[in-house]
Design a protein around this ligand. Structure first.
Ligand code: HEC
Length: 175
């Protein structure tokens, strides 16, 4: 009986805390450590589970594909995720959670091609990570996935080389 009363008081207090508006949703104030860990675990487990049965295409990762991935990455992702030689943008200074900087903050042993594909296609709720399902087709998403997997090998100059390289015979012209 005592335990039931204590559990009821605890649930009541948690409800008052959240429903009563006491939890501060300001982007300037980080989550408390319990909410932070719950959000982190939920995100990683959810991505892993949903990406499990995705079959990556058996395309050859050549220069043309990487250039296609670079063009998409540089125009759509770099303003949030950075890259070799790219400074933090004004947008990301005020974002919470902060977008991980690629490649340094990406846990490549935890998140692989399928997980990057799923996240790019679906986005992540309650964060600044958009879903690209309406703006990129699957081939384009796989191209950007392959470029992100290549990122750890690139230094600033090599990243810039991709910008200078011109490969025109693919049809990437979406916004
Ligand atoms: C407006 C900012 C913004 C843009 C643009 C953006 N992202 Fe993100 N992205 C985020 C944020 C914020 C997170 C972290 C979300 C979280 O931790 O809850 C994230 C997370 C991710 C993750 C998961 C990383 C991890 O460690 O779990 C991947 C993969 C990713 N983004 C890929 C992309 C790709 C590919 C593009 C471009 C096609 C892109 N993002 C564009 C903000 C952005």
């Amino acid at each position: 009986m005592k335990r039931i009363i204590l559990i009821s008081i605890f649930i009541g207090a948690v409800a008052v805390y959240f429903i009563g508006g006491f939890y501060n949703v300001s982007a300037l104030k980080p989550h408390n450590s319990i909410v932070e860990s719950l959000a982190h675990i939920t995100k990683h487990r959810s991505i892993r589970k949903h990406a499990k049965y995705i079959a990556p295409p058996l395309t050859t990762v050549d220069k043309k594909l990487l250039k296609k991935g670079f063009d998409i990455y540089d125009s759509k992702c770099a303003q949030c995720h950075g890259g070799p030689g790219i400074n933090e943008s004004e947008l990301t200074k005020g974002l919470y959670p902060k977008p991980p900087r690629f490649p340094d903050d990406l846990e490549y042993d935890e998140i692989g091609d399928k997980e990057i594909f799923w996240t790019t296609k679906n986005g992540i709720k309650m964060s600044g990570m958009p879903s690209y399902s309406q703006t990129l087709n699957d081939d384009e998403i796989w191209a950007v996935v392959n470029f992100i997997l290549k990122l750890p090998e690139l230094n600033e100059e090599e990243y810039k080389d991709y910008k200078r390289t011109l490969i025109l015979n693919f049809s990437y012209n979406r916004n």
